[in-house]
Design a protein around this ligand. Sequence first.
Ligand SMILES: CC(C)(COP(=O)(O)OP(=O)(O)OC[C@H]1O[C@@H](n2cnc3c(N)ncnc32)[C@H](O)[C@@H]1OP(=O)(O)O)[C@@H](O)C(=O)NCCC(=O)NCCS
Length: 158
Amino acid sequence: MRFELALLAPGDWAEFRDLRLRALADAPAAFSSKLADERRLGEAEWRARLAVRTQFVARVAGTAIGTVGAYCSDGGISLISMWVDPMFRCRGVGAALVDRVIAHARDLGYPRLRLLVTEGNIEAERLYTRCGFEPTGVSKPRPDADAVRREVELARML
Ligand SMILES: CC(C)(COP(=O)(O)OP(=O)(O)OC[C@H]1O[C@@H](n2cnc3c(N)ncnc32)[C@H](O)[C@@H]1OP(=O)(O)O)[C@@H](O)C(=O)NCCC(=O)NCCS
């Protein structure tokens, strides 16, 4: 399968919104954000999100099938908002998206890339392990009130 990766600009806010809502509908347990909350966001909020993060999209024949973001905070950089359409999984899209964020973080000069994964998200944990991430020992309750599971921090050197 041929897919291409591209960087989303604030003008691509509608494509980003659609991807994010698909992700939250498909895999609610993987994310602390809630579909009902994000459905209420308007154009300005989606544009603002794209202005403060770097968000990549994977497309097949022009149609978005996956996404991942990078967010800089507290002097570090995190991989966030990772999702691949179930119809296109297990074909290397997830690994290509992770590699894209690794390259981006290196380009910015960061020595380390971190992420949070919900405990028990086996597919994501396997992907991140294969891409060189290891547990840092840090874990915390998910920020959403109804969460039972914890988020575990993984990181890799760049
Ligand atoms: C986690 C997730 C992003 C993985 O995406 P993906 O595109 O399936 O990832 P990959 O294709 O790179 O890897 C998945 C598996 O397919 C295998 N694979 C990759 N290319 C392949 C190919 N051409 N043929 C056969 N298998 C292949 C990989 O080896 C991997 O196997 P493993 O899990 O046994 O190690 C996806 O499952 C997802 O979106 N989950 C829901 C959202 C989520 O959990 N996000 C993470 C939040 S932290």
